[in-house]
Write a protein that binds this ligand. Structure first.
Ligand SMILES: NC(=O)c1ccc[n+]([C@@H]2O[C@H](COP(=O)([O-])OP(=O)(O)OC[C@H]3O[C@@H](n4cnc5c(N)ncnc54)[C@H](O)[C@@H]3O)[C@@H](O)[C@H]2O)c1
Length: 377
């Protein structure tokens, strides 16, 4: 059990969706930071930052559906070789994994249940900084989340359809910063207002891990080089539970919009003249598991309007890309909270497909430079 040490402060990462592909990968990564840091540290963008928040003093806790078991989940997701995680099994079994609020609970009862679990974690790690990372499945947008009364009414009609706000609001009420890694819209104005009142920073939305990351990098470079993008076709195949979930068009809508809008936001012009020529597709392909693949065809024009083209075949690993980003964001949010920031933080746009907050930087160079010059005093 970590305690405040002379060298630094412990941090608890509270994860909604802990037994998911990313949550379980994150749990192993956090434990390896104590026993084999060379497997994790070099892949963190915050490795050299936040000396007062030592990586070896981090722990995780969180929630998943009834019956979830972290080690079984790690095995089932198949993201991490057994030779890496099995030696940690005894430690992984000690991670507090709480049951999600019972199905059908109304908003206040569900928030109260999650708050009680947060109190339990606090009694286990009394001096630790805390941060919530939302890793729940992509959910259908909640129509009618404009104001609190609207939201409560819609939520309570189908409380299990979109559980994310329960965790976010419980965290905000406890003064805990929130990272929204999912494509789910939880940042309604009245939620952001409550965060501001409680002195809580929020960041989101939708981690920028693979295809959208290189799309942003290439689009920023093409724009700087004055090459005109005339079409971009993107296809993703993935076989994890996120991929299966995204076969539901209502659940995929937010993610597809985030993956699509980003291109024209960077370029500042519409791709294709009258018809949209930026297409993004996601397909569930079970044999791939978490090892997703993405193909891109990028058409562009140079001098004399002459056409050129590029093909990309990206063979990634969804959760291996995502988990270190979640650790980085958790550390940023603890540091931002300590420096007195509250409400939406646009400075962390580097990490997101749909960066929120006031005037978030859009191009790759602006996102990196904002991160590198972020003042935490
Ligand atoms: N992997 C990536 O590269 C990436 C990138 C951007 C965004 N995301 C998003 O991150 C999120 C997590 O991805 P994942 O691959 O870990 O998904 P996953 O489906 O493997 O994990 C989600 C977990 O949430 C649990 N869960 C469901 N309802 C719950 C509830 N009410 N309370 C607590 N737990 C609950 C599920 O049982 C599951 O274990 C998804 O929204 C995904 O779209 C992933």
């Amino acid at each position: 059990m970590p305690s405040s040490t002379e060298s630094g402060q412990p941090t608890v990462i509270l994860v909604a969706g802990l037994a998911g592909a990313i949550g379980s990968t994150l749990s192993v990564a956090v434990h390896l930071l104590k026993t084999a840091p060379h497997l994790v540290k070099p892949y963190l963008t915050t490795e050299e930052r936040f000396a007062h928040l030592p990586l070896s003093e981090m722990v995780v806790a969180g929630w998943d559906l009834a019956g979830a078991n972290l080690c079984r989940a790690i095995e089932d997701h198949g993201v991490i070789p057994a030779s890496i995680w099995q030696p940690l099994q005894a430690q992984l079994e000690t991670i507090p994994l709480f049951e999600a609020p019972e199905a059908g609970m109304d908003l206040d009862a569900a928030i109260a249940a999650v708050s009680r679990d947060i109190d339990r974690v606090e009694s286990m790690y009394p001096q630790a900084n805390r941060v919530l990372v939302n890793l729940l499945p992509a959910a259908p947008a909640l129509a009618g989340g404009e104001n609190e009364a609207d939201f409560r009414r819609t939520f309570n009609q189908a409380p299990d359809r979109f559980p994310d706000p329960v965790y976010a609001l419980a965290a905000i009420h406890k003064g805990i910063p929130v990272v929204n890694f999912t494509p789910n819209e939880i940042e309604w104005p009245w939620v952001v207002q409550q965060a501001a009142q409680q002195g809580v920073p929020l960041c989101g939305r939708d981690g920028k891990t693979g295809q959208t990351f290189y799309k942003l990098v290439l689009a920023s470079a093409w724009k700087a080089r004055k090459l005109k993008i005339t079409g971009w076709y993107s296809l993703n195949i993935l076989g994890n539970s996120d991929g299966a979930n995204l076969m539901d068009p209502e659940r995929a809508a937010g993610k597809l919009a985030n993956k699509t809008e980003i291109l024209e936001e960077i370029l500042g012009y519409r791709v294709g003249d009258s018809r949209s020529c930026h297409k993004v597709h996601i397909d569930y392909y079970p044999p791939r598991g978490d090892a997703k693949e993405a193909w891109d065809v990028v058409d562009f024009e140079g001098l004399f309007d002459l056409p050129m083209s590029i093909r990309i075949d990206f063979q990634g690993r969804d959760s291996v890309l995502a988990a270190p980003m979640a650790i980085d964001m958790a550390r940023w949010m603890v540091a931002l909270k300590q420096s007195g920031r509250n409400g939406l933080v646009a400075d962390l746009a580097f990490f997101f497909k749909k960066p929120l907050g006031l005037d978030p930087p859009l191009s790759y160079e602006d996102q990196i430079s904002r991160l590198n010059t972020l003042d935490l005093t």
